[in-house]
Design a protein around this ligand. Structure first.
Ligand code: GDP
Ligand code: IMO
Ligand code: MG
Length: 421
């Protein structure tokens, strides 16, 4: 088997970009399978920093990037990202599934309108049109990449969809008029620009598997943002977990070998919704500042808290995670005491299963194990045993509690700041 998968186990921003870039060395194809440009994946190579939103992270290593059918694509953003990379001397080799759903201008408008309507109950979305686009996909009103190549078909679809969207936009009290002809011309033009990239990527990938080519599947977001298994309704709108990768690429589940769960050494969340181990004190601010915890896509500050193994255990179970990659361990340097949540207390009872009811999640009180901190860990460490003994103890506890081996420990944003176990 030649297909490996990387998924986030928390609320996104675990360092998937860095780890995918690291593993891409050994892959021929790197594939996004869900989400869209709500994602922001950072890759640091020397002094160069790349922030990718829809282009798969493997292109920085010169690998072929595939945007699988499970994604939603804003063509304007995709074209801009390709242009920006080209200017920086990275000519991305990319293919986009003919079946991806396209984020249309009315999706972005509706994302903003729905959030405004929710007021203080808002989700805190990235306002990139992700939810409205996935809603249209499921209700079979979507525009797919292949539709952008057939002007007649695109026109027929838009003639039906746009008047309905206009009414919904009006009902939200938004003063915007959708011009069908303008949208048709613009999106047909995007289709013309992207024509050479649009193909049946599921066929390409399955042929590659038969040839023995290595494929790396790149998750976006994290389990707690999964539309079924996350803190619904404070989630994104796609299937973030490992199972989503099969649906979102057309690669049969039996082909997947390693499922690597990325675990940030503490917890962050951007947007609204419960975060049981959130720190509202100086330590929370310390993690935010030291970890540069500001959104890659929206620049919003990320809320920070202790590592929550209730969350990671839930993720490992659902995705069948076979290996762990622990990231941002260096951010904990300098803390006197570090905590890990192992269980919650809910209505006076200890629980070890993540609740489905969002009101229950809000009431959960984390139960912590305490660990001695370490001062610094230095650079260019090669082995786990080069880490301070307190850091080794912290890692061993994670490994033992989850009963899953650690494959990678990341101690900085750069490629070299990685310890392979
Ligand atoms: P992603 O969405 O999971 O790809 O993560 P983001 O790129 O949104 O956020 C992770 C941030 O942490 C980026 O700025 C990375 O450059 C940075 N990063 C990744 N791994 C490490 C690490 O081990 N240590 C430190 N200090 N920063 C890291
Ligand atoms: P990466 O791939 C962190 C969050 C938003 C919001 C919720 C719904 O970089 O880890 P959406 O725009 O998807 O409808 O927003 O999901 N969110 C992310 N948080 N990292 C991400 O991606 C995210 N993508 C979406 O902040 O709370
Ligand atoms: Mg991110």
């Amino acid at each position: 088997m030649t297909v490996d998968l990387v998924v986030g186990t928390q609320w996104g921003d675990e360092g998937k970009g860095k780890v995918v870039d690291y593993f891409s060395r050994n892959a021929e194809y790197v594939v996004r399978f869900q989400g869209g440009n709500n994602a922001g994946h950072t890759i640091k190579v020397g002094d160069e920093v790349y922030k990718l939103h829809i282009v798969p992270s493997g292109v920085i290593q010169g690998k072929i990037g595939i945007v699988g059918n499970g994604c939603v694509v804003d063509p304007e953003v995709l074209i801009h990202e390709i242009d920006e990379l080209t200017k920086r001397n990275i000519k991305p080799r990319i293919f986009i599934s003919d079946r991806v759903n396209i984020i249309m201008p009315y999706h972005r408008l509706l994302d903003g309108a729905e959030e405004k309507h929710l007021g203080n109950k808002k989700i805190g979305t990235t306002k990139r049109g992700i939810g409205p686009c996935y809603s249209d996909k499921i209700s079979r009103n979507g525009i797919r990449a292949i539709d952008l190549l057939d002007k007649e078909l695109l026109k027929n679809k838009l003639d039906i969809i746009i008047p309905i969207k206009q009414e919904i936009i009006n009902s939200y009290g938004i003063d915007e008029t959708l011009n069908t002809k303008e949208i048709l011309d613009k999106y047909y033009m995007y289709g013309t620009k992207l024509k050479d990239f649009i193909t049946s990527t599921h066929v390409k990938l399955n042929k590659a598997i038969q040839k023995g080519n290595k494929i790396l599947l790149e998750g976006a977001q994290g389990t707690m943002l999964d539309v079924d298994f996350g803190t619904y309704p404070y989630t994104t709108s796609s299937h973030v977990v490992a199972g989503g990768s099969s649906i979102g690429t057309g690669i049969g589940p039996k082909n997947i070998r390693n499922i690597v769960g990325i675990v940030k050494a503490y917890t962050t969340r951007v947007g609204e919704g419960p975060l049981p181990t959130e720190l509202f004190d100086e330590t929370g601010k310390y993690l935010q500042k030291k970890g540069h915890e500001f959104g890659t896509t929206t620049s919003r500050p990320r809320r920070c808290g202790w590592l929550d193994l209730m969350v990671v255990r839930h993720s490992c179970m659902i995705s069948g995670i076979t290996k762990l990659a622990i990231t941002k361990l260096d951010v904990l340097n300098g803390l006197k005491q570090i905590k890990i949540c192992t269980y919650y207390k809910l209505k006076g009872k200890k629980i070890d299963i993540f609740p489905a009811n969002i009101e229950d999640v809000k009431k959960c009180i984390p139960i912590f194990e305490e660990f001695e901190g370490w001062s610094d860990m230095g650079k260019n460490l090669k082995e786990i045993t080069d880490l301070p003994k307190e850091a080794q103890k912290y890692l061993r506890f994670i490994e033992k509690t989850l009963n899953i081996p650690i494959a990678i420990v990341s101690i900085g944003p750069g490629r070299k700041e990685t310890i392979e176990v």
